[in-house]
Design a binder for this molecule. Sequence first.
Ligand code: NAP
Length: 510
Amino acid sequence: MALLCVPLVASSVEKMLLDADRAKASGADVVELRLDCLKNFQPRQDLGVLLREKKLPTIVTYRPKWDGGRTEIDEQKRLDALRLAVELGSDYVDVELKVADEFIKSISEKRPEMLKVIVSSCNYENTPSVEILTSLAAKIRSAGADIVKIATTAKDITDVSRVFQVCTSCKVPIIGLVMGDRGVISRLFASKFGGYLTYAALDGGIESAVGEPTIKKMLDVYNFRRVGRDTQIFGLIGNPVYHSKSPFVYNKAFSFLGLNAVFVHFLVDDLPSFLNVYSSPDFAGFSCTIPHKEIMCRSCDEVDPIAKAMGAVNTTIRRDGKLIGCNTDYIGAISAIEEALRAANIQGNIPGGSPVAGKLLVIMGAGGTGKALSYIAKEKGARVVIANRTYERAEKLAQAIGGQAIPLSELEDFHPEEEMILANTTSVGMYPNTGVSPIPKHALKHYILVFDAIYTPRDTQLLIDAKEAGAIIADGVEMFLRQAKGQIELYTNRSPAPMHIMEEAVLSKD
Ligand code: NAP
């Protein structure tokens, strides 16, 4: 199991001590004293207090400006402070590869037995090839490191796989870290891919490196303590993706079912290269969201006939080395709408059939969710109109399902009937761009029901306006839970999914 270390980046000794207590209470195994963050740092006095009062194993790091540190420091003073940390009983010191040789020689005479020297190399530009990283690890090792630390920068999520390869094959303890939003999985899977330790921030907004999740997120959302070498990996592929609550909800379900599995966010730019690089059985299944559902449909080895007809895949599972695609969005969306209509005693025109049968359903959006909903609504007997920003996509979809297309900009004046249903499957109004709606409020009076697929936030501007206009509403959380049920049952091969746990998780404030 990799250790979880919280870097302490406060500017005063008092605050650093308080933060160390909070880090311990939050579940950290180790803290890192970032001396370069301290204002008016007095080595003997401050290190004396910080190390005397330590409650967790402690790494002392005094990062120079030339290697990403916060302040300009005289090199001799800096190395003297690190030597003092060794003398005062620090458990670890972290030194840069450039000075490691000299530093390690200088402490060799009175080196405490328990001390571990981390020798680090930081690359703030990119992530080199496996060959370059492997020879870097060897160089760090031969400089006398007890623990090799390689930090690189992710330009793409596939960069992380190279660091995983190096960590897995390294013969000495190694910390492999890929900075940036696209490198977050390097932290989440440290235990799985042979990492000795990884870092998590104490609070959001005061990270010591870009892409460092908070310790709370690492433990509560990503189930860090449950990840080991045999853990099966699942995750949501999307861009943007970090707004999604799926990891929190799905990990709660996995824990409840006692499964050795974890679900994370995958911030993916290029889906085919992601699937190509993360193709081992460890990566057992993927959920898929904006904007990748259609490419996913073309990238799977096999696609279930309904998903194929829709041209959109939101769920994939690996079976016998093949990636199998299907779609659970359509069940989620249509059943959320049907349930709300039934609750209001609104019937369709087919006895015993769907309450949408015979009704005019206007769908905003012609992406993955728009496709899924229009396909199933048509199957259930609704008449479907597609309104999309890119009119050609609306036209193509309308043709495929036997519906009508209109430009999104004309929707405001479109009301051929009094009792229509409106469904938003665009991302307009989704976090972080909340407070906007894809249609003006006055146009909503023609709809008996308004549905929004967006679930972050639950109360979108569209639904607030629709409620005020007197419509029944059905929200994205209802859809989310219904589509998640299908995914969890596929991923776990168990039925029924623990809906009470999932509902509690999706509605929680965390
Ligand atoms: P997608 O395939 O990328 O489609 C996005 C759609 O939004 C396209 O029709 C696009 O129009 C439209 N769009 C994007 N920005 C727009 C703008 N500024 N103005 C007007 N239209 C815009 O995405 P998706 O996977 O279908 O997801 C769509 C939404 O549904 C997202 O908010 C997602 O979170 C939500 N969703 C919710 C659930 C749930 O369980 N509740 C499940 C799936 C999806 P163009 O064709 O013109 O680009």
